[in-house]
Design a protein around this ligand. Structure first.
Ligand code: 5GP
Length: 113
């Protein structure tokens, strides 16, 4: 599998990277939907949440934990934030490498249709 996000991981296209470790990378969304909009992407290739296998479930925890750590580090953990993972067409997934959105920096509207 080779997506835009794999190219960012390999530094083949630029991104504003805010965190990286052996498991995941986090960078600012190019079209932010909130004052803070950061994407947390695993380095393991997984197209959608539907493709996550039981033995890989900890990856989602790592993404969520990294997002919470980022919120603490940046000081908006108490004000709050939202994490979102889009899966397939009805959710509007556009990049088929599973990822978590972190949205913050202002009161957010309710979600839905
Ligand atoms: P999805 O819709 O798949 O849940 O989220 C994909 C996200 O990737 C979108 O919010 C979109 O703005 C973002 N995105 C698309 N192309 C790029 C890019 O080249 N660089 C960065 N940093 N984000 C991108």
């Amino acid at each position: 599998m080779d997506t835009l996000f794999h190219k960012i991981i390999r530094r083949e296209i630029p991104a504003d990277i805010v965190y990286e470790d052996e498991h995941l990378i986090a960078f600012r969304d190019i079209a932010p939907q909130a004052p803070v909009h950061v994407l947390f992407v695993p380095k393991t290739s997984i197209a959608t949440l539907n493709d996550l296998r039981a033995e890989q479930a900890e990856i989602v925890g790592r993404l969520a934990f990294a997002a919470a750590e980022y919120a603490r580090r940046e000081g908006f953990d108490e004000d709050g934030y939202r994490i979102v993972m889009n899966c397939n067409a009805h959710a509007g997934q556009t990049v088929y490498q599973m990822h978590l959105h972190l949205l913050a920096g202002a009161p957010l509207g309710r979600f839905g249709t």
